[in-house]
Write a new protein. Structure first.
Length: 81
């Protein structure tokens, strides 16, 4: 849900039209109405993907920390020479 709100805010920031916020409100409203179903779908897909992934990175980590974790795993597996 936070990503949808950030999308909304970025859209309004980058679109200098006086109606930018008003134009985006129907999309955000629909997203909020559909959120329970979207959340269940997201969780199901995430669980399936994680079950078969070689590495799962916490998406809440700062980019530098995620990159360091990926590098470490690649080094451990000899993928980086």
């Amino acid at each position: 849900m936070a990503r949808a709100n950030l999308c909304f805010l970025r859209n309004v920031e980058h679109n200098r039209s006086p109606t930018a916020a008003a134009d985006f409100i129907p999309w955000l409203t629909r997203y909020m109405q559909d959120y329970p179903m979207l959340r269940r779908t997201y969780l199901a897909v995430s669980e399936k993907a994680a079950a078969t992934a070689g590495l799962v990175i916490d998406g809440t980590l700062p980019a530098e920390a995620a990159a360091a974790r990926i590098r470490k795993v690649l080094e451990q597996h000899g993928a980086l020479a």
